[in-house]
Design a protein around this ligand. Structure first.
Ligand code: KIV
Length: 272
């Protein structure tokens, strides 16, 4: 007896084809069922359950405290919602850096338990063997170079990377090594647009930029930032496509006022 698994979501093959045909790839982060449904229904190509979860959902100052259990919990919620987009789960700090065995085991959990289709991990050539092992085991890997927020203390802050020639060359070589190891795509975060364009031209796998200019094969933003869910300062590369924090506060103030003065609930919202 044969069983057939029907894959309706976009796959690594679809994403690679988009680079080949010159169609730009769109990616946003998602952390919960409701938002993931809206993004999926809007036609986004890929959803990243990013460890930016730590900052935007869990209220930490960095991504470092985020755990495997946090990531699995939120990836499961996103997976329940999504029919069309490809889902990538971010490997949190120390879930893949300690040993190849724990890395493989943790990456596999995202596919086995949370219905993700791929994982993302930060770092360069030092992780090429792990990327190779995961790919060999059937776990697609998205690499992440440039500003890698899990290394914030080593980088000395959230700064543009690859400005000097030797640093740029290292990022270029890392990208090639990770492609060779089997990565199906690479995120380039906060690198000069010229470097991102050169890496994009040098690789056959897609580059997904965030603060890396227009010449990447695709773009990613943190959904809470691009929807203007808060009024905090955002990095230069974030474009706010909405200012939902204003809309939400307006609606909530309206609700508070109407409950206080007895205008809500009116007869239309009550049972006879
Ligand atoms: O965690 C995240 O949201 C990310 C993206 C910003 C690429 O890694």
């Amino acid at each position: 007896m044969s069983t057939q698994v029907k894959i309706t979501r976009k796959t690594t093959a679809d994403i690679k084809k988009m680079k080949a045909s010159g169609e730009k790839i769109t990616m946003l982060t998602a952390y919960d069922y409701g938002m993931a449904s809206l993004l999926d229904e809007s036609g986004i190509d890929m959803l990243l359950v990013g460890d930016s979860l730590g900052n935007v959902i869990l209220g930490y100052d960095s991504t470092l405290p985020v755990t495997m259990e946090d990531m699995l919990h939120h990836t499961k919620a996103v997976s329940r919602a999504v029919k069309n987009a490809m889902i990538i789960a971010d490997m949190p700090f120390l879930s893949y850096q300690i040993s190849a065995e724990t890395a493989l085991n943790n990456a596999g959990r995202f596919l086995k338990e949370a219905d993700a289709q791929a994982v993302k991990l930060e770092g360069g050539r030092e992780f090429s063997e792990i990327v190779h092992k995961m790919t060999y085991a059937g776990i697609p890997v998205m690499a992440h170079l440039g500003l890698t927020p899990q290394s914030v203390h080593q980088l000395g802050g959230y700064k543009v990377q690859g400005k000097k020639e030797d640093a740029a060359e290292r990022i270029m070589q890392d990208a090639k090594i990770l492609e060779e190891a089997g990565a199906f795509a690479v995120v380039l975060e906060c690198v000069p647009e010229k470097l991102a364009a050169e890496i994009t031209a040098a690789l056959s796998i897609p580059t997904i930029g965030i603060g890396a200019g227009v010449n990447c094969d695709g773009q990613v933003l943190v959904v809470n930032d691009m929807l203007g869910m808060n009024d905090r300062m955002t990095p230069k590369f974030v474009k706010k496509y909405a200012t939902l924090n204003i809309e939400i506060k307006k609606a909530v103030k309206n609700y508070i006022g109407e409950v206080k003065n007895g205008a809500f609930p009116d007869s239309e919202h009550s049972f006879k």
